[in-house]
Design a binder for this molecule. Structure first.
Ligand SMILES: C[S@@+](CC[C@H](N)C(=O)[O-])C[C@H]1O[C@@H](n2cnc3c(N)ncnc32)[C@H](O)[C@@H]1O
Length: 299
């Protein structure tokens, strides 16, 4: 273990992840140092064909990186360029782009819903791949919904329908979609790796409370998907309770769903589930990390 004695929450997290020795030490060191952030930009609807960002970009050995995502070289501040203010690209953490590799396994959707959309990163990534066609960006929190709307306008997507329903209201509405993005509210343990204070994110009560909410969101989400459609479930936290266990809960209770292999993400395959699910850790070198799982509804 690292020089600083590990706290109860840290030890519990490492045990749940099955991390020991150097692997556990690497995660704890990253959470304490708070320097694992890695920037990225995704091109928006405003970017002309063949546009490349006006700054040096890093060459990464990352086959999962979509062609519309660029990684600024060390020291570059993409938000300082006029093209950012003009909305030609949207800036986010590289580990928030990683899971969009799931979309490589999804046919272009005729309709899509981002159920937890603000400030808009996953909607931008989805639109960069498929276009914003018949897309709804939903955000329950009114203040965050305003920011979402602003970001969509700035990035040339004013046609996206913005909504503010709770997941259970979507489920009751009877409206269904080919693709749902569920970037669920979570304990946000990876924020520590970006140097963002997040007191209590390792506590049982925080993790269990979030897991309960995530299960509720997913129970609603599965009711909003067309036969043959998909859900991309993602979080920016490491704990299996909020990740593999939420998916296992859904797969056990809701017939007609399966988790889908994402070959591009094979190096990140979770060993904590019998079904395909993926976890990015700071040690992978692509930012603070997170979890994703692609689910498919039978036809
Ligand atoms: C991880 S953030 C989403 C980030 C966003 N997808 C992006 O890429 O920019 C989770 C969002 O879920 C919203 N949220 C909180 N509680 C919720 C609930 N019970 N149901 C649905 N969304 C919720 C939060 O307001 C927050 O905006």
């Amino acid at each position: 273990m690292s020089a600083e004695p590990a706290g109860k929450g840290e030890l519990r997290l490492c045990a749940r992840l099955g991390l020991e020795g150097q692997a556990a030490e690497a995660l704890l060191a990253a959470m304490r140092a708070g320097v694992s952030s890695r920037g990225a930009v995704v091109l928006t609807a405003k970017a002309p064909p063949d546009y490349v960002p006006p700054f040096d970009c890093a060459e990464l050995n990352a086959p999962w990186l979509p062609p519309h995502v660029f990684v600024p070289a060390e020291g570059v501040k993409p938000t300082a360029h006029a093209d950012y203010a003009a909305g030609l690209y949207y800036s986010l953490d590289l580990s928030s782009c990683w899971e969009s590799a799931c979309l490589a396994e999804v046919p272009p959707p005729a309709s899509s819903l981002d159920m937890c959309a603000a400030p808009g990163g996953k909607t931008m990534l989805m639109a960069a791949r498929f276009g914003a066609g018949n897309h709804t960006a939903n955000e329950v929190h009114p203040g965050r919904r305003g920011i979402l709307r602003q970001n969509l306008e700035q990035c040339g997507m004013p046609q996206v329908r913005v909504a503010g329903n709770r997941p259970d209201q979507w489920a009751r509405s009877g409206e269904t979609f080919d693709l749902l993005l569920v970037d669920a509210p979570c304990s946000g343990q990876s924020l520590l790796c970006k140097g963002i204070r997040n007191p209590g994110c390792l506590s049982s009560s925080m993790v269990n409370g979030n897991a309960k909410r995530q299960k509720g969101i997913m129970l609603a989400a599965v009711q909003c998907v067309n036969p043959g459609g998909h859900i991309v479930y993602t979080t920016c936290t490491y704990d299996p309770e909020e990740n593999e266990k939420v998916i296992a809960y859904i797969l056990k209770r809701i017939p007609g769903w399966s988790a889908v292999e994402v070959p591009l993400l094979a190096p990140f395959r979770s060993q904590l589930a019998a079904f395909p699910a993926y976890r990015l850790l700071p040690a992978h070198g692509f930012g603070a990390g997170g979890f994703c799982c692609l689910l498919k509804k039978d036809k």
